[in-house]
Ligand binder design. Sequence first.
Ligand code: SAM
Length: 455
Amino acid sequence: MRLSNDLRLQAQTLIAGRLGLDFSKGRQADLERGLVQACRISSVSAPETYLAWLATLPDESAEWRRLASHLTVGETYFFRDRALFEALEQHVLPSLIEACRAQEILRLRLWSAGSATGEEPYSLAILLDRLLPDLANWALTILATDINPDALETARRGCYREWSFRETPQRIRDRYFQRRSAETFEVDPAIRGMVTFAPLNLVEESYPAMVTNTIAMDLILCRNVLMYFTREAQRASVIRLQRALVTGGWLVVSPAEASTDLLHPLAPVNFAGAILYRKEPTSVAPLAPTWQPEIVLPELDDTLPFAYSSGDLVTPPLPVTSPDITSDLQRAKVLADQGRLEEAHELCEAALARDRLDPETHLLLASVCHERGDIPAALEALRRAVYLAPDSASAHFLLGSLLLRQGQRKRGRRSMETVVSLLSSVPRDEPVAGGDGLTAGRLLETARAYLELPS
Ligand SMILES: C[S@@+](CC[C@H](N)C(=O)[O-])C[C@H]1O[C@@H](n2cnc3c(N)ncnc32)[C@H](O)[C@@H]1O
């Protein structure tokens, strides 16, 4: 089946607008192939009808995600780009680890954004395993997200063929993989348990946000993803990724995507054969035109034990009972966004000492505990939040994602179903309480994306 020029142009424009993918230069054949495949699977008779239908669907809907999985490239392998992994193993991770040890806070948060079938986040987990003799004492987050549900499922299974190991040293293969059949090798369960997989479309505004666990990252790898985006989508994604980093955190893109202009104001840092980008204290990203803050907090009084710049954004105020609690919650939220989780935790506890029945405080405490890597405390706080506010979609969502991560599939799915039923009749553009500015439509579709993953 061939598309007419008009139809191809129409598809190109629609897909650039909704998925951020750029099919303008030399990639028309890829567009045509992906579109025809998706159209066939959706049992729609003609691409014209399929496109017209897509245009009526919100961009976060399941059909757009399905189409995205036909239009994106999933090529990846373990330790892809030797120079980069050497820089990570010899310089970047040791310096982050040393800083944590100096502060006596043994916590690191890493994110593989566009993780495909999981080789990249598992490579990070292996590096950490090699670098941390006291691994058991650390609260480690390795978040791995992708738009493609099939890729996420393959990643979760953790079984790979020879081709995924084309740059993997033999000693790593011997230590971290077990042969399962003539052709497949399974990643060590301990390494698999270090990585959390979640659906996330980088072109959507669902990050950085506490509910998607995408704030306060020390290191983000977003490689070989942005190169397929339009310039506007690249810029908007990079701005959000920068905001997801703590000060001093690192963003890694592939050499083909590295551009000081695109990544400004992150500072390029050269290592042998690799350039990484660091968020310096002065790196304040301009705001994406499509992502205006609801509220910008005023400068804080210098006498307070923390401060934030006027460029820091916060969510709309939460419906809380007393002004004291409101301001504590807002401060705790700002601190959490900056990765100052101990201080955020203290403020939440102080707010709860004044009012133990405030569900928003329990929800924030749960997010902070989650980011600190204290999953039992996060689950406990969420149970309280859900008990006190049974209609809080954010609380059910966070509870669901944590339960799924813990392997509690049935209960996790039940929580996600509750999110779907709570949000189905809410206007799509309405911000969700406690959702970091996420709209009902986006949280709803993310919950649906979790439910689509095989149980
Ligand atoms: C070429 S792979 C890169 C894998 C890995 N980062 C690497 O460099 O080896 C690109 C991945 O980006 C994902 N991707 C593409 N567009 C995306 C989007 N808008 N949001 C999230 N993931 C996306 C694709 O599904 C695919 O799995």
